[in-house]
Design a protein around this ligand. Structure first.
Ligand SMILES: CC(C)(COP(=O)(O)OP(=O)(O)OC[C@H]1O[C@@H](n2cnc3c(N)ncnc32)[C@H](O)[C@@H]1OP(=O)(O)O)[C@@H](O)C(=O)NCCC(=O)NCCS
Length: 169
């Protein structure tokens, strides 16, 4: 009985997988980001994504591209941190665990590396769903940057951070 219940739950939620970003599918990532984010990303962004290896992934739901995550390594003020540039899922496919699958990949990457001080990202101050999502994984608002965005309203951004290695001071 218990086993049957588990199987039907799996079928209901579908199959979620991550795949590499390559020159063959990067257009799908561009389209996805255009739909999901209010900010547009330039050619340099996508050129770097192609070199990012495990730091950029497409998310598939039953073999369809429905999400993507792009990160880069940030070294500033003597700290090595992972910066999440984009992590998004198409609206009809939200609350199915796709965001979790992508973030879990990022968390596994930093854990395996073992040498990141923190993971951080910017989110628009009105983005309550992203705030709830990241809070679930131990991120907290560490700063609010006024006028961070140039072409969208509200222009202010919260900096969300999950600290991995506490600084010595
Ligand atoms: C934030 C985002 C990536 C979450 O993706 P998702 O696939 O819906 O996330 P999950 O299904 O894995 O959600 C995991 C948990 O996060 C929390 N959560 C996610 N969306 C939420 C919402 N709208 N309201 C409250 N909690 C939410 C819940 O605890 C959820 O677990 P539950 O569904 O069992 O309650 C998605 O909303 C999105 O793409 N938003 C637009 C892009 C964006 O703003 N990205 C963040 C900046 S990079």
């Amino acid at each position: 009985m218990r086993k049957l219940y588990k199987m039907s739950l799996y079928n209901f939620r579908g199959k979620i997988e991550l795949g590499d970003v390559t020159s063959h599918n990067i257009k799908q990532l561009k389209l996805l980001n255009q739909v999901v984010f209010p900010v547009s990303y330039n050619d340099k962004f996508y050129k770097d994504v192609l070199e990012a290896g495990e730091l950029a992934k497409l998310a598939y739901y039953n073999d369809m591209v429905v999400g993507g995550v792009c990160c880069r390594i940030d070294i500033s003020e003597g700290q090595r941190r992972l910066y999440i540039m984009t992590l998004g899922c198409l609206a009809p496919y939200r609350r199915l665990g796709i965001g979790t699958k992508m973030l879990q990949h990022v968390l596994n990457f930093v854990e395996k590396d073992g040498n990141f001080h923190a993971i951080f990202l910017h989110v628009q101050v009105n983005n309550d769903s992203a705030l709830e999502f990241y809070k679930k994984f131990g991120f907290e608002v560490v700063e609010t940057k006024e006028h961070y965005y140039k072409r969208i309203e509200p222009a202010d951004a919260n900096v969300l951070q999950k600290t991995l290695i506490p600084s010595k001071d």
